[in-house]
Design a protein around this ligand. Structure first.
Ligand code: ADP
Ligand code: MG
Length: 309
């Protein structure tokens, strides 16, 4: 798979402060790429560089193999972190105006806006003034305007902040659909909930440095630590729990009983195999559950940042 976008060793200082330190990312065509990191990590700075709003001190960005130039702006749909719309303009009027700035004719813009307003069930907002909308409602309008000209690369800076869970889900589904229709998506977030379902590639930035990147499935494999979630039906729950704690490393925080069932997480030593644990458990009761525990993106985020500090 070729990369639609590459950022090569980008560094950026604001005065004495280094906001980005030699950060490189490769965004495969057709992927959903998560740019992750705590607040202040440098995500927005990198996104602004990709959108040619800020110049890097060092490094360069390519789009489809070409160094970034002015004309690339029309290939990118960008939803900035600070959402600004003209408060006193009407929704429809403003959306039409912004769509025409992106190069669409008025008739085409109107057609596409009608389609999107219907999709997002916001048709009756057309004649409202922006100032009458809540933050989340205004954000929906900006989302529509960002994707309207169907650019091949979409960049959303913290797209879910400001949305309630229902609208966040709706936007998530739209992002997946845009990808399925051929767009590549980069989005930044400091919260991990959305990452799991959306991203196939991630880069984690911490304190101006990229500390982890790659395919999410590869990273998960790299971070998994031989831990299994088990369930055993037995009438000797306490006994089995003690016995397991003696033989393996179990996390007591996970201890739960449901009916006559012992359910917990068991971490195996590097030289132990899951079959060792499974055979042992079958001698103790009826095994109802045996699943390898993969680290969540949240676990990976916390672990990687801990390893790095
Ligand atoms: P993130 O988006 O990951 O939360 P940012 O890229 O917005 O982080 O900011 C990274 C750091 O750079 C922050 O400490 C921020 O204060 C600083 N910074 C960003 N833009 C500027 C600027 N124009 N002038 C000075 N400092 C800035
Ligand atoms: Mg930011």
């Amino acid at each position: 798979m070729s990369n639609i976008l590459e950022a090569h060793t980008i560094s950026k200082k604001f005065g004495d402060f280094t906001a980005l330190n030699q950060v490189s990312i490769n965004v495969p065509k057709g992927s959903i790429f998560g740019l992750l990191g705590p607040n202040g990590a440098g995500k927005t700075t990198l996104i602004r560089i990709i959108n040619q709003i800020t110049m890097p001190d060092v490094g360069y960005v390519t789009l489809d193999g070409e160094p970034l130039q002015n004309h690339h702006i029309k290939d990118i749909g960008y939803l900035p972190e600070e959402r600004g719309l003209y408060k006193s303009m009407k929704v429809g009027e403003q959306a039409l105006y912004l769509a025409q700035l992106k190069g669409l004719s008025k008739a085409e813009a109107k057609k596409r806006l009608q389609y999107w307003f219907e999709r997002l069930e916001i048709g009756d907002w057309w004649n409202k003034k922006i100032q009458e909308l809540s933050k989340g409602m205004a954000q929906k309008i900006q989302f529509v305007v960002t994707v309207l000209h169907a650019p091949k690369l979409l960049i959303f800076d913290e797209p879910f902040s400001g949305f309630d869970p229902i609208n966040a889900n709706l936007i998530k589904d739209e992002i997946l659909r845009l990808r399925d229709n051929g767009a590549t998506v980069i989005f930044s977030t400091h919260r991990m909930e959305s990452v799991e379902e959306l991203c196939d590639h991630i880069a984690l930035i911490n304190k101006s440095n990229k500390i982890l990147d790659g395919k999410l499935s590869d990273i998960k494999r790299q971070f998994k630590n031989n831990t299994y979630e088990i369930g055993v039906k037995t009438d000797q729950i306490d006994h089995l729990h003690q016995d397991l704690a003696h033989k393996f490393s179990v996390s007591p925080a996970q201890f739960k009983t449901i009916d006559q069932q012992l359910k917990l997480n068991v971490k195996l030593a590097a030289n132990e195999k899951p079959n060792d644990l499974l055979s042992y458990l079958t001698t103790k009761g009826e095994v109802s559950h045996f699943v390898e525990l993969l680290p969540s993106t949240n676990d990976i985020f916390i672990q990687a940042i801990k390893n790095n500090s």
